[in-house]
Design a protein around this ligand. Structure first.
Ligand code: T3D
Length: 273
């Protein structure tokens, strides 16, 4: 693949890698040492690149994937750890400033977005994966609404994207238990579109991107609008609800304990407060 195109798509970013091949753009989250967790820097880079791809008519399909062994481990729990434990993390602002514009840009861009889930997609990493139009995964990948493990609720659109794909029973199970759903089971449940053997994953994902980038872009855009209208017409209000709830929970004792336990690599002891 060669790197050509508009400024934001060609300039070097610290936390995302952008490759362009004709009308196809491939964006790789690039913080492998943190399992591609969302830092503020990653959010800023990703939003800039997505907006550039969305607004460039010569880009006709986009793929989002992760470098290293993870797709995305959700919010970077180390970046805001001190504030989190002190009950001072302003999650409402983080969500409304970064996460919401990112998932909304993916949903609203008039061209297909494939999320190619190369490894774990946890917490807001799952939200990001499910914001895509087609979600494909390596067989070793898994999906977890990890929020509950640190005393939070699904955010970044996850409480909309998950039930719209799998229904109430499975969404409630994922939200309340937070267990990992392996890629093959995720296909069975209708959470994602395909799970491919790890050795074939990258090639098949690239082929899907190439196919979409050579397809009827306006037809794709119309299908996307129809699905958005049917399923996600109230997305903005729903994202706002998630952010309000998360803003409250980020001040809770259970969140402080959940983050402390994650950092200390021990099970959390929740008090219910
Ligand atoms: O204000 C806001 O931003 C609020 C928004 C919140 C949205 C959210 O996403 S909340 C949910 C946050 N994410 C999680 O709770 C998931 C945390 N991670 C995990 O549960 C596990 O790491 C995984 C299931 C993703 C993978 O497990 P495993 O066993 O393959 O890897 P590991 O050993 O746990 O992690 C490897 C390294 O990545 C490790 O660092 P180390 O010890 O080698 O230095 C680990 O700390 C680091 N890592 C993993 N996830 C995160 C992370 N570092 C920072 N933030 C992470 N989310």
């Amino acid at each position: 693949m060669t790197v050509v195109g508009n400024d934001e798509l060609t300039r070097r970013h610290e936390t995302v890698e952008v490759r362009r091949d004709g009308a196809a753009v491939k964006i790789a989250l690039n913080r492998p040492e943190r399992m591609n967790a969302w830092s503020n820097g990653l959010s800023a880079d990703l939003l800039a690149v997505l907006r550039a791809a969305a607004g460039d008519d010569t880009v006709r399909a986009v793929m989002l994937t992760g470098n290293g062994r993870a797709f995305c481990a959700g919010a970077d729990l180390k970046e805001g750890a001190g504030q989190a434990v002190a009950g001072e993390l302003d999650t409402y602002s983080v969500l409304t400033r970064w996460y919401h514009p990112i998932v909304t840009t993916i949903r609203e861009m008039p061209k297909p977005v494939v999320t190619a889930v190369n490894g774990p997609a946890a917490g807001a990493g799952l939200s990001l994966a499910l914001a895509g139009d087609l979600v494909v995964a390596a067989e070793s990948a898994y999906f977890t609404l990890a929020f509950v493990g640190i005393g939070l609720v699904p955010d970044g659109g996850a409480s909309l994207f998950v039930p719209s794909r799998v229904g109430f029973a499975r969404a409630a199970e994922m939200a309340l238990l937070g267990e990992p759903v392996p890629a093959a089971k995720a296909v069975d449940w209708g959470l994602i579109n395909a799970a491919w053997p790890d050795a074939e994953f990258a090639g098949k994902a690239d082929a899907l991107l190439a196919r979409l980038s050579a397809g009827p872009t306006r037809s794709y855009a119309g299908s996307k609008r129809e699905l958005n209208h049917w399923l996600y017409d109230r997305m903005a209000a729903h994202l706002e609800l998630e952010a309000s709830l998360q803003g409250e929970l980020a001040k809770s004792a259970d969140f402080a304990e959940g983050v402390s336990a994650f950092l200390e690599k021990r099970p959390a002891k929740f008090s219910g407060h």
